[in-house]
Write a protein that binds this ligand. Structure first.
Ligand code: DQA
Length: 240
């Protein structure tokens, strides 16, 4: 039986708690997790075989789980090939609420995508740029690919540096997507502010770390992000 259901809605931005190391994953309580975030991300590429075997996330009975096995070219550890990443993800299907597959991996991961469809397990298609912000047209094209491939949402994380000019176009990109869910976040020094703002504008999944190891540059803790998102005003539908 797949994991707890998740609804992706721009009016209800969710906070994802991501684990950067196995120690936290093994030691944290289910209630602490449930207090800090709406769902958990398990980065299978960051975990050793023993932790994957022990599957400590099975204790997180109150939290939906998003599994990721990140490809090397988009920040993954170990430069795992597509078959290995599919095998890692397939092992977890009984506990899965959501899966992350890079837009760049859609073609090579078709066997898994077909299986997810059969099992009615949603997945998101992701894009990462650790060096800068791509043209919005490139993000639009990636979003179209995600949608056509059957992903439940498109997710993009881009390095903002101190490039203030890139924030406006990104903000419009997320705010003008009432037709299809987007998860959008900045990385780098402006990451924290961007994550609250993009959540306000409709980003459906917003990532912070659980424990003491961020899984992306500039991430803040899931608990802080969760609290901030709960307190800020959200964009009314149709207002872009
Ligand atoms: O893709 C994402 C988003 C992320 O890169 C971030 O910027 O918070 C963190 C990753 O763990 C996750 O898989």
């Amino acid at each position: 039986m797949p994991g707890l259901p998740i609804r992706l809605r721009s009016s209800h931005p969710l906070t994802v708690g991501s684990f950067g190391n196995a120690d936290t994953l093994r030691s944290i309580s289910a209630s602490e997790i449930a207090d800090s975030c709406d769902l958990v991300e398990i980065r299978l590429d960051l975990l050793d075989a023993a932790t994957r075997h022990d599957a400590p996330w099975r204790n997180f009975t109150q939290s939906p789980i998003l599994f990721t096995a990140r490809r090397g070219s988009e920040g993954g550890t170990g430069d795992l090939d597509a078959d290995t990443r599919m095998a890692l993800l397939s092992e977890q299907l009984d506990d899965t609420s959501l899966i992350d597959i890079e837009v760049a991996s859609i073609a090579e991961m078709q066997p898994l995508i077909k299986r997810l469809k059969e099992l009615d397990i949603p997945w998101i298609a992701s894009f990462h740029d650790f060096h800068g912000v791509p043209e919005i047209a490139q993000l639009q094209a990636a979003k179209m690919k995600a949608r056509e491939a059957g992903a439940a949402a498109f997710k993009a994380a881009t390095e903002l540096g101190w490039d203030l000019a890139s924030i406006g176009p990104l903000a419009h990109f997320v705010a003008n997507s009432d037709d299809y869910p987007i998860s959008l976040m900045g990385m780098g020094p402006l990451a924290p502010a961007s994550r609250v703002m993009f959540a306000q504008l409709g980003s459906v999944l917003n990532y912070g770390y659980v424990g003491n190891t961020p899984t992306a540059p500039g991430q803040w803790s899931a608990r802080q992000l969760h609290e901030a998102i709960q307190h800020v005003q959200k964009r009314p539908p149709g207002q872009a």
